[in-house]
Design a protein around this ligand. Structure first.
Ligand code: HEM
Length: 394
């Protein structure tokens, strides 16, 4: 059989992307910046300039992907809509996540949650900071932002993971569908439990905002978007928290610089999400035939917008594989671009760089990675550390 050796994309295996996508991305950027990758069943767009370009043209590069598994799992959320339908749902949630609201309202809540969690771990002198700190903290913070009551961090993490696995269930595994359907029912029940109260007594939460917006969302719309907030607002802060803590612990000179100048926490955050983009790839679909990065795409072509690669594009970032908090002009696109630019970017920055890291490194003296158990990383659609065994002096 003739193997298409001229086309790099045809040789790419998902398992290799999962293990370490960066060498593959480097080659794609150099040789085939818009490449058909049969294993992913889409064209991968790997250079910064094409990603920025396509986000400026949402009429040609649509977020409303055909046969979207996300829609199957979560319902039709704002993330899979274009134009006015998208703008209406986004507007209903926006006020809750603005920088000033984040600073005045949410940051003190994130600080309380962080202090509580660290107090519970402190005496032990060791923990897996990924599983026992980053995950539960991101979940507890998100529960508050959503307006949930009596939902445990463990439930929220299970729902998030089960629904994310569902949105990636291209193998059509019935067990994965069952778990994601159970999760979706759990979310619907949690929404039903708070809606009567929030209708009577509006508060600062997302569910309240969507109920009381000038153009309020229906319960069906709220259900879909809350699922999307759980899928997109938990794992990413968790992963940036854990990856950044790990990177700083591995670079003591950079950690010392940040501890000496707290204004650098923010730069450490931007560098962390550039270096390992928590959302490594998201989908788009062409609405017409169009040329992109030298490749002619037919109408209806499915694209993978590879932020994990664009953020390491050597044309934009000198020495891109290096973690460097002092990097100048960090023009990363870890939060996307265009109409779907991440709504939760200020929430993420506040909880990770203003609260979690300064509290973690401030309270846990002598914090270090336990050398016996290597830190593992995985993923390309979503990427982060999978464990972070650490110890400190109680
Ligand atoms: C480091 C943390 C985070 C990263 C790297 C991140 C990244 C992204 C990216 C790349 C997108 C665009 C996806 C696309 O266009 O298909 C996005 C959209 C979105 N994000 Fe985030 N996100 C983070 C945290 C959060 C948090 C904490 C929340 C909410 C509490 C959130 C809520 C959303 C929402 C609602 C959208 C969809 C916006 C729309 O469709 O208009 N994100 N995020």
């Amino acid at each position: 059989m003739a193997v298409d050796t001229d086309h790099l994309g045809t040789r790419i295996r998902l398992a290799d992307l999962w293990a370490d996508p960066y060498p593959i991305y480097r080659e794609l950027r150099a040789r085939e910046p818009v490449a058909w990758v049969p294993a992913a069943n889409r064209y991968l767009v790997t250079r910064h300039r094409e990603v920025v370009h396509l986000e400026k043209h949402p009429e040609t590069f649509s977020a409303a992907e055909r046969d979207s598994l996300m829609i199957r799992v979560m319902g039709h959320t704002m993330l899979r809509k274009d134009g006015a339908a998208h703008a209406r749902e986004r507007a209903a949630a926006e006020s809750v996540l603005r920088p000033r609201t984040v600073r005045d309202h949410w940051t003190p809540i994130f600080q309380r949650n962080t202090d509580d969690l660290i107090s519970r771990l402190y005496e032990r002198g060791e923990a897996d900071l990924f599983r026992e700190f980053a995950g539960p903290l991101a979940a507890t913070n998100l529960a508050a932002v959503l307006g949930f009551r009596d939902v445990s961090a463990a439930d929220l993490q299970e729902w998030s993971q089960a629904m994310m696995d569902g949105t990636g269930n291209y193998a059509d595994d019935p067990q994965v569908w069952r778990r994601s359907e159970t999760a979706a029912r759990g979310v619907d029940d949690a929404i039903d439990a708070v809606v009567p109260y929030l209708r009577r007594s509006p508060d600062s939460s997302l569910i309240s905002a969507m109920l009381h917006a000038p153009d309020p969302l229906s319960i069906e719309e709220i259900r879909g978007n809350v699922k999307m907030f759980i899928g997109g607002g938990l794992n990413e802060p968790r992963d940036s928290l854990a990856v950044g803590a790990w990177a700083l612990l591995r670079h003591p000179d950079q950690l010392a610089a940040v501890l000496a100048d707290p204004s650098l926490w923010r730069k450490a955050f931007e560098e962390t999400v550039r270096w390992v983009a928590p959302i490594g790839m998201y989908p788009r679909q062409t609405t017409r035939e169009v040329e992109l990065g030298g490749t002619l795409l037919p109408a209806g072509a499915r694209l993978g917008v590879v932020l994990g690669s664009a953020n390491r594009d050597e044309e934009v970032f000198p020495d891109p594989d290096r973690f460097d908090v002092s990097r100048r002009h960090n023009n990363h696109i870890a939060f996307g671009g265009g109409p779907h630019f991440c709504l939760g970017s200020w929430i993420a920055r506040a909880q990770v760089s203003q609260v979690a890291w300064p509290t973690l490194f401030g309270r846990l003296g002598g914090l270090e990675i336990v050398p016996a158990e290597p830190v593992r990383l995985g993923g390309w659609v979503f990427r982060g550390v999978l464990n972070l065994p650490a110890r400190w002096r109680p």
